[in-house]
Design a protein around this ligand. Sequence first.
Ligand SMILES: C[S@@+](CC[C@H](N)C(=O)[O-])C[C@H]1O[C@@H](n2cnc3c(N)ncnc32)[C@H](O)[C@@H]1O
Length: 219
Amino acid sequence: MPFLDLLTRLPKSRRNITARATAKTPELVARSMQFGFDYFDGSREHGYGGYRYDGRWVPVAADIVAHYGLKAGQRVLDVGCAKGFLVKDLLRACPGLEVIGLDISHYALTHAEAEAAGRLVRGSCDALPFSDGGFDLVIGLDVIHNLDRAGVVRALREFNRVGNGRSYIRVDSYHTPEQQALFADWVLTAKFHDYPQGWEAVFAEAGFRGDWTWTIIAA
Ligand SMILES: C[S@@+](CC[C@H](N)C(=O)[O-])C[C@H]1O[C@@H](n2cnc3c(N)ncnc32)[C@H](O)[C@@H]1O
């Protein structure tokens, strides 16, 4: 269960942190946390500012398949799959792989990529509607930190349970007070975030057996 960066080939997000911080109000945050139109396809102040497929996950999917040695017939779950971009690209990277996506957002699931049709399930990352050991790998990129600390622990245990300990997550973190301040200006939906040490304490508490990397906002 090491730190593992499989997202090196993902393009960096463009962020106008000052604009986000200036626009942020409790009402705006509440709208974003509904994970509906505003969060995905509304203004950048609310979230993505237009969450559209552009192929950015193609190399990441290839790197995930290669690292975990995924093969046709194996099963992968993408938790927090949104519109199914990674689901689609994993299917292309490894024909015959059985890929399922799960997300809490009705909006995202009903505006998903056609290739993901029939593979997407609505649910929450802390109560996965799947049997023990039902997947060969469980992925969760930028999703579990949307729960509070207790919810994060539940989610990590769920990842262990359905993935037999084989999972890969990315969560919000920072290495310095400066990065923490940038994060505070930028964050909309994350309820739990911490320095790597704090996350590692949560991983230990949950008995998390997967691999992880950080989303870190740097100037
Ligand atoms: C920052 S987006 C990440 C989407 C995708 N994994 C990516 O990296 O592009 C967070 C996603 O988590 C979903 N989400 C938020 N809370 C969730 C929960 N409790 N369970 C499952 N999905 C959740 C949101 O709807 C959204 O699609």
